[in-house]
Write a protein that binds this ligand. Structure first.
Ligand code: CA
Length: 320
């Protein structure tokens, strides 16, 4: 009976002693910024085994169990990050009772050299506006590389980037985008508003009419766009401002035939020149209306009187 009592008594003392230790430790957890994350292991090697303090625990005890700038500035575990940095209170300004500082997910253990703050990453974002928004290829080069395409509203972003120097370069076939690139430096913050403006690249179809007439020939464009223009004094014409596509160019001037009669032109991201025609008055004056047209040309200064006579003679030859 007596032996049994002697065995139980120290056991009760041990249990009470352990409980007393736990209470003491818990009271200090709330005196350390974000102390709840690693709880007692912030200060103790393994609270489940004994009450032995780790390097940070010793520093905390030596600082009179007080969190302040002095304790925050130490790197107790020697991992290169100060206690303040690891506990998200780099300057040690937090005091007991205040809300936890910083971001709990970034808290690392100031007593464990194997526990360091996660690498911070940032983003670069912006918008492409103007002639096109969606589907613009955005290329990232510099401290890291990648590419993405703009969304429906022209927005783009590169995420997960470390501090460093980057260049954003947009590209889209058929468009000129300004600026051609933007240099971006990330230094501890996201970079927004890296914006670009797109304008559509346009092309031209041009050529010359030679032969019986040069000036005043009506040139009709049809197909992907419809327009008309008139040849200048040298027979030159041009349709600027065209997108890629398939067009047909047709010359016309009364009293004349043209070779070829029309030309199909396909624009594929480049201007097309040399779409030329040859005018021939011969054989064109076989109707009375042709003779009238030629006379009108003379009145308008686009033909000389001998041409009117020639045209009339051709008509007579066909209708003797
Ligand atoms: Ca540290």
């Amino acid at each position: 009976m007596k032996h049994k009592f002697l065995w139980i008594f120290p056991a009760i003392i041990l249990i009470l002693s352990g409980a007393a230790q736990a209470w003491a430790v818990n009271s200090y957890v709330s005196d350390i910024p974000n102390g709840s994350k690693f709880s007692c292991n912030t200060c103790h090697v393994n609270i489940n085994v004994d009450n032995k303090r780790n390097d940070f625990g010793l520093a905390f005890k030596n600082n009179n169990h007080t969190w302040n700038a002095s304790l925050a500035s130490l790197d107790s575990d020697g991992d290169g990050y100060t206690n303040g940095t690891e506990l998200q209170d780099p300057n040690g300004t937090w005091v007991t009772g205040q809300p936890s500082p910083g971001n709990l997910s970034l808290v690392s253990n100031p007593s464990d050299a194997g526990s360091v703050p996660p690498a911070q990453t940032y983003s670069i974002s912006g918008t492409v506006s103007g002639a096109i928004q969606a589907g613009v290829t955005m290329t990232l080069t510099g401290s890291s590389s990648g590419s993405t395409t703009t969304g429906a509203s022209g927005n783009y972003s590169f995420t997960g980037l470390s501090n460093g120097s980057y260049t954003i370069t947009p590209s889209k076939t058929g468009y000129t985008i300004t600026p051609t690139s933007i240099a971006v430096t990330i230094s501890g913050a996201n970079q927004t508003g890296k914006n670009f403006t797109a304008t559509a690249v346009t092309y031209s179809i041009s050529g010359t009419v030679s032969g019986a007439v040069q000036a005043g020939v009506t040139i009709t464009l049809s197909g992907a766009a419809s327009r008309t223009t008139t040849t200048d004094a040298s027979g030159n014409y041009s349709f600027p401002g065209l997108s890629s596509g398939t067009y047909t160019v047709t010359p016309d001037k009364s009293g004349n035939t043209f070779t070829p009669a029309s030309v199909q032109v396909v624009i594929t991201n480049a201007s097309v020149s040399g779409i030329n025609f040859t005018a021939s008055g011969a054989g064109a004056c076989d109707n009375w209306s042709d003779v009238i047209d030629k006379y009108n040309d003379y009145v308008e200064g686009q033909a000389v009187w001998s041409e009117v006579i020639d045209c009339y003679n051709e008509y007579v030859a066909v209708h003797p």
